[in-house]
Write a protein of this length. Structure first.
Ligand SMILES: [Zn+2]
Length: 182
């Protein structure tokens, strides 16, 4: 072979991608040509450098960073999760109500029994609301005693306090999600 080998041919030779005839020719030429041998050793150097790159470490780090970005997009806030759970409960109530309505309509359940149950539920609810009212009253008394500024300038301070509490909860929410979900 009189002509010099191209870079591609030398790379193919190094990768073992030549036919046996071409390989023999390349070997013959490399044996006699200093210039091509020098190109060959350069390409071998590049190959070795590429192979010695900490590829697995890079891959692992890359994968981790991509995955964390993906999961960051998917992670729901704590409040969303709570709402999600509440939505299930709400859906259950809706289903139960529909079932109850269907039973009453088809006469499987006596409507009088239902109204009996309703009055019992109402009793329970009114009992618990009065209890809740007294608790709210106790809480506002506590607030008036220890945090009088809440009732300071009417509803403005109240709104400010509520806003501050909500903002605090939002910050806590982000913090908790960052801390425990990831
Ligand atoms: Zn040559």
């Amino acid at each position: 072979m009189s002509r010099h080998l191209s870079g591609n041919e030398i790379q193919d030779y190094l990768d073992g991608g030549l036919t046996s005839d071409a390989r023999a020719e390349a070997e013959q030429h490399l044996y006699t040509c200093r210039q091509c041998r020098s190109l060959q050793s350069s390409l071998t150097e590049v190959d070795r450098a590429l192979k010695s790159l900490p590829r697995e470490q890079l891959d692992a780090r890359f994968t981790r960073s991509v995955m964390s970005r993906l999961t960051a997009g998917q992670a729901d806030s704590l409040s969303f999760k709570i709402l999600e759970k509440l939505a299930y409960v709400f859906a259950l109530f809706v289903v139960l109500a529909v079932l109850l309505a269907a039973f009453i309509f088809s006469g499987v359940i006596d409507a009088r029994q239902v109204s009996d149950g309703q009055s019992r539920i109402q009793e329970f609810l009114s009992g618990s609301t009065s209890q809740m009212k007294s608790q709210v009253a106790a809480f506002s008394n506590l607030l008036a005693e220890y945090a009088p500024f809440v009732f300071g300038v009417g509803s403005l301070c109240m709104a400010g306090t509520i806003f501050a509490v909500v903002a605090l909860l939002a910050v806590l929410d982000r913090f908790l999600v960052r801390r425990f979900v990831h």
